[in-house]
Design a protein. Structure first.
Length: 563
């Protein structure tokens, strides 16, 4: 330890530091040579030192003198880490106006990367006195406005692609209330690895302090005692540095109140970190879906999406309804990783690591046989989704058998397909004017992927900058057939590397407007299959494809070739 730092430790070692000892601490700090003050403070418990140096009723004002020394006279000598510690210590109890002004002056005097570095360190102090409490609870409204204006201005000065990860706790990190699949108190397999991947994967500085925040409606209690209890409980999980945003006792009464508090927390996070994107991880039990959907509507450029843990057995239609609102439902944390990979929030290797951790964690749990089978089925589907998105062959090796003696991927896939039979997908169109001179648009309502122009000429003349019902039908048929053919090849034990399908839809007006036929052409890259089997399975897939069935009565022909 630095000798000067040791002197200060000795002076403040008792249960109470008297005024003479405080004066000696100030003298030592004032006499620290230039460029050495930060090193001395780095060896100290700054929170304790600041707490031990007081303003006395009849003088002297030693705390004010210390504040002036560290935050005004020699502030430029302090590193962001040390400065964050000093600021945190200054608002660890009641924060006088003079302390507030000094803190705000320091923050607004910085810009660009140095400002954001200090801001993130303040948010990762590891106790109750993080950035949210400083801005929204410990400083006066006029100073808060000044500070938030600076936050907004700096978002443009130093833009970033960093991701803020906001996460619920009950039934999201630990099984607590609504989830009947796991024993109460279970830390969900894969959740820690997912949060680490989100925190690292999208950050410009992986592992940087301050990207992960837990959002809860639990009351904060006096001086943040409940939040500190929450932090202590989370600390043992090996999570990245994080903050906790709590609520009040009133939030415990209704789901609406819980949602309101969580929305407020997320809105505050947006004000504090306007330069970042945000993802929310929650569960289907306590209005988290509504919270995520509301935030997605309010700030679609800021909120990437919500990952919603399915703890209430949502139906396929409910899943689809949530997806249209930017809320992506998952059953296991491998499924959450698949959504995160699709949204560009984690890498393929990170998604695979989360899936592997989910399986490892599931194997280690003591579960009832029925629940284990259910979770194994869900996990197998989610693992397959990760592998499909990564674009590599699924991992090899034995898998536990399903109820019907087949692999759980097959069992789970059939179950999920059966669920999806109830899904209703929606598209819409608007047409203005008569048939020949009018025009319109069609919209992909369920997916929200786009709006496409329509006109009559696009149905009867080539080279039109618009689509037509036949082209849309061809896209649907080509996609549906490719899925059906891929599944049939997989069941044959020869999964395809790639299928390229073209659908030619003929529209004839000579005897009244009629779709006279569809011709499908498919070229496939498939290992270990003969041309004859490829043709046979293609014909079977064409007949069984749901769009083919919907077009019963229309001539459908096929050309199938191996690449």
């Amino acid at each position: 330890m630095d000798p000067l730092a040791q002197q200060i430790v000795d002076l403040t070692a008792g249960w109470r530091t008297g005024a003479p000892a405080e004066a000696e601490v100030l003298r030592i700090l004032r006499e620290v040579p230039d460029a050495e003050l930060d090193a001395v403070l780095a060896d100290l418990d700054v929170d304790k030192v600041v707490g031990d140096v007081d303003d006395h009723a009849w003088g002297p004002d030693h705390r004010t003198e210390l504040l002036d020394l560290l935050l005004r006279e020699r502030v430029d000598e302090l590193s962001p880490s040390t400065l964050a510690g000093v600021i945190s210590a200054l608002h660890s109890g009641p924060t006088p106006r003079s302390h507030q002004e000094a803190i705000v002056d320091v923050l607004v005097s910085r810009s660009g990367a140095s400002f954001h570095d200090l801001k993130y360190r303040l948010n990762a102090t590891g106790d109750y006195h993080d950035l949210e409490h400083l801005v929204f609870q410990d400083i006066d409204e006029d100073l808060r406005g000044r500070l938030l204006e600076h936050f907004a201005a700096q978002a443009g000065v130093d833009p970033t692609s960093d991701l803020r990860v906001l996460c619920d706790i009950d039934d999201t990190v630990r099984c607590a209330i609504h989830d009947d699949r796991y024993p109460r108190g279970t830390v969900y397999p894969g959740v820690v690895e997912l949060l680490q991947a989100l925190d690292d994967g999208a950050a410009e500085e992986p592992g940087r302090a301050g990207d992960l925040t837990f959002v809860t409606a639990r009351p904060s209690g006096p001086r943040g005692l409940v939040e500190q209890y929450t932090r202590n409980g989370l600390a043992v999980l090996g999570l990245p540095p994080h903050a906790v945003l709590g609520g009040s006792l009133l939030n415990l009464h209704t789901k609406a109140a819980i949602a309101e508090r969580k929305v407020q927390n997320m809105e505050r996070d947006h004000l504090l970190f306007p330069e970042c994107r945000m993802v929310f991880v929650g569960d289907s039990g306590q209005a988290d879906g509504q919270v995520g959907a509301q935030m997605h509507r309010t700030a679609p450029g800021h909120v990437v999406g919500t990952l919603l843990h399915n703890v209430t057995d949502l139906t396929a239609q409910e899943r689809a309804d949530w997806a249209r609102q930017g809320v992506h439902v998952f059953d296991t944390y491998a499924g959450a990783a698949a959504h995160a990979l699709r949204l560009g929030l984690v890498s393929g290797e990170q998604a695979r690591a989360v899936a592997a951790a989910t399986r490892e964690g599931l194997v280690a749990l003591d579960l009832e046989p029925e629940e284990r089978q259910r979770l194994e089925r869900d996990l197998a589907v989610d693992e397959a989704a990760v592998e499909e998105l990564v674009g590599r062959p699924a991992r090899q090796g034995p898998r536990p058998m399903g109820e019907d003696g087949r692999s759980p991927v097959g069992a789970a896939g059939r179950r999920r397909q059966e669920d999806q039979m109830a899904l209703t997908s929606t598209a819409s169109a608007t047409w203005k004017g008569n048939l020949f001179q009018g025009s319109g648009v069609t919209r992909m309502d369920s997916s929200g992927l786009g709006t496409f122009d329509l006109n009559w000429k696009a149905r009867t003349e080539e080279g039109q900058a618009a689509t037509n019902p036949e082209e849309l039908l061809g896209a649907a048929h080509a996609g549906c057939f490719s899925m059906a053919f891929s599944n049939a090849l997989d069941q044959n034990g020869t999964p395809p590397t790639q299928l390229d399908t073209q659908a030619e839809v003929t529209f004839d007006t000579s005897d009244g407007p009629t779709i006279t036929g569809v011709h499908l052409t498919v070229r496939g890259q498939v290992e270990g299959i003969s041309a004859e089997d490829f043709q046979r399975i293609a014909e079977e897939a064409k007949a069984g494809c749901p769009v083919s069935k919907a077009l019963a009565g229309t001539s459908i022909t096929l050309t199938a070739e191996l690449a």
